[in-house]
Design a protein. Structure first.
Lengths: 122, 122
DNA sequence: TCATAAGTTCGTATGTTGCGAACTATGGGA
DNA sequence: TCCCATAGTTCGCAACATACGAACTTATGA
């Protein structure tokens, strides 16, 4: 098992960030980490919005976020604590993460009621 | 040949925008369209930053940008005129495109001189 | 009608992603 | 110390996405 790697702040790229956050699941994970007071473990996300995500898939998503430089992960006992690197990134790319997260929030709020009802029922 | 399709403003998604702009070539195309006074044809981008891009690949990139809702394309005689839909998008997702474009610009400016020299030479 | 120019579509090789199964850590008892 | 449970990772494969040359379509003009 290779050790966890985190890119240095200078190696973080805009295209990497955009690609990582262009997946709705990863964006949701990132959003939740950004809102959380304390660091979250991976398994906190096995169940997301009424959808269960396989462990292996989740692991890949966390790796993608980590390698894009969006989060920092450290082993703490048997689990992994994840936190965002938003301060660092905000310094290098001011406003980027904020705009992306705000846009996702807007999009979520703009979904038509009928569509939301259908999604809940289905 | 199917006619050009443009999503309505309500069908434009954040993930679609991020994915489309997570490709540096597409981001460069979009940036140039955003800066241009008049609409640009596709073939204006066959040569980008000392790199030539195959016509078919370029066509796919334009389709990706179009289907993400980032640009509008219309036939004008034998060629295609492309322009951004940034006003519409800015209304729905304020600040998003601006932040992304500004970040790319920052990234470009932050490349170390040595790396830039090497890139130019190679 | 032929030639040319601008884009699109197709076929294929190459990459990326999602997920179950098997594996690797770490911690807590007997 | 050995065994088990828990938390993540890696592997292998199927499904999907992407890049690019070749062949095609569409418009213009001689």
């Amino acid at each position: 098992m290779r050790p966890l790697t985190h890119p240095s702040i200078d190696d973080i790229t805009v295209e990497g960030i955009l690609h990582a956050l262009s997946d709705p699941v990863r964006a949701a994970i990132y959003a939740q980490l950004a809102c959380a007071d304390a660091a979250n473990s991976c398994s906190a996300f096995l169940q997301m919005e009424d959808r269960s995500i396989p462990k292996s898939t989740l692991s890949q998503h966390f790796r993608a976020l980590r390698e894009a430089g969006l989060i920092r992960s450290e082993r703490r006992g048997v689990e992994m604590l994840n936190s965002t690197r938003c301060e660092e990134i905000a310094q290098r790319f001011p406003g980027l993460l904020q705009a992306i997260m705000q846009s996702y929030k807007t999009q979520l709020g703009a979904r038509k009621p009928a569509a939301r009802r259908r999604a809940k029922a289905g």
